[in-house]
Design a protein around this ligand. Structure first.
Ligand code: PLP
Length: 372
């Protein structure tokens, strides 16, 4: 195949197919636009507790190190994660957010134009964009109508050229979790060349009993991906990691940009990992808020998907008002949530669990806007 470039403005066809990124309004821009003194963001599944004291101290303590290059390979963080999970350090990979881990998984595990990857639809937006950028065919099996996982349907898309399957559990945006038995059955049903990656970005909010972690030793073709962005409240510092088959971890390290995890992010991650109290408080707050938001939204006639994450997916009572109207009316009152049009779910919204006070504010405003 020959694709001659005729201009210095030509780019790879995969690149040409990308649309330009349209960032939403920032908190400051929304405050300005609607004349608000306070804006509450419940749109990006961030930790409502904010930066922990231990992380703040670690950042302050290490600010003077910012002129140095990080230690390539991040051996201290790798060691800490290996000890935390009781796995061999040779299985740990850390990157600049799960975003980088996902990007590298496609590029390391799939030959462009030959191999394919399989995920569900809808799915986290990074899977399709990074598959495209890698030139890898992405096959998508629809979730069931209630957003539960149809593993049979997924397996039908898998063939001898499938080298990567990614399942998100708890899922985003539904919050649904897969049972460990179903995940194990899926891993065992995949062809030998296929790696199953379970994206466990939100697993701490569901509980360890939903993770394949304890079964990894008997499932050599399974990898787990996690992040410091959610339960550890470090979304802005960009730290993701994975527990991989050792050979794949080794190759991921070889090709990763040497300093992709910056020196302050690494210190913050070490401090956060050691802070069990903050982690437990985060999980407790989210579990309590999830129950409260579910009850509150259902009392207003909304349909809420029973999720085990730090957000809930819901839709308004039939015939009440459009998603766009509710979304805008909330914005005017200083609360940002996520309308799921970008996930091709135009009837659905997603709200991140906030502090107790933020959850009450959100429910009060929805009640007011619906006129219920
Ligand atoms: C938030 C999220 C992540 C974490 O991404 P980072 O790049 O680590 O911030 C990973 N997967 C899913 C599905 C998510 O929603």
């Amino acid at each position: 195949m020959s694709l001659p470039f005729t201009s210095f403005n030509d780019v790879r066809p995969e690149v040409a197919a990308f649309e330009s990124y349209e960032p939403g309004l920032s908190i400051a821009e929304i405050a300005e636009k609607y004349g608000l003194s306070r804006v509450v963001k419940m749109a990006s599944n961030e930790n409502p507790l904010g930066v922990s004291d231990s992380v703040r101290r670690a950042l302050e303590r290490n600010a003077g190190e910012a002129f140095r290059y990080p230690q390539s390979g991040n051996p201290r963080l790798v060691k800490a994660l290996a000890a935390f999970y009781g796995v061999d350090a040779g299985r740990i990979f850390v990157g600049n957010g799960s975003d980088e881990v996902i990007d590298l998984l496609f590029r390391v595990r799939a030959v462009p134009g030959v191999h394919n990857a399989v995920v569900f639809r809808p799915c986290f937006g990074l899977y399709p964009t990074q598959a495209r950028m890698a030139g890898v065919e992405l096959r998508q099996a629809p979730l069931r109508a209630d957003f539960s996982f149809d593993f049979e349907g997924l397996l039908k898309l898998v063939d001898e050229n499938t080298t990567l399957v990614i399942v998100t559990s708890p899922d985003n945006p539904s919050g649904r979790v897969a049972s460990v038995d179903d995940l194990e059955a899926l891993a065992r049903a995949l062809p030998p060349a296929c790696l199953l990656v379970v994206d466990e970005a939100y697993i701490e909010f569901a509980g360890p009993e939903y993770s394949l972690l304890s079964r990894l030793d008997s499932l050599p073709n399974v990898a787990l991906m996690r992040t410091f962005s959610k339960v550890y409240a470090l979304a802005g510092l960009r730290i993701g990691y994975a527990i991989l088959p050792p050979a794949i971890a080794d190759y991921m390290w070889r090709v990763r940009l040497p300093f992709s995890l910056n020196i302050l992010a690494e210190e913050a991650a070490l401090a956060a990992l050691a802070d069990a109290d903050f982690r437990e408080r985060s999980v407790e707050l989210v579990r309590r808020g999830r129950v409260r938001l579910t009850e509150g939204l259902r009392a207003l006639g909304c349909e809420v998907i029973p999720g085990l994450s730090n957000f809930l997916m819901f839709r308004l009572p039939e015939g009440s008002m459009s998603v766009k109207t509710l979304h805008e009316e909330l914005l005017k009152r200083g609360v940002i949530i996520r309308a799921l049009g970008g996930y091709h779910l135009p009837e659905w919204l997603r709200v991140s669990v906030g502090t107790d006070e933020e959850n009450e504010l959100f429910l009060r405003l929805v009640r007011e806007i619906l006129g219920a």
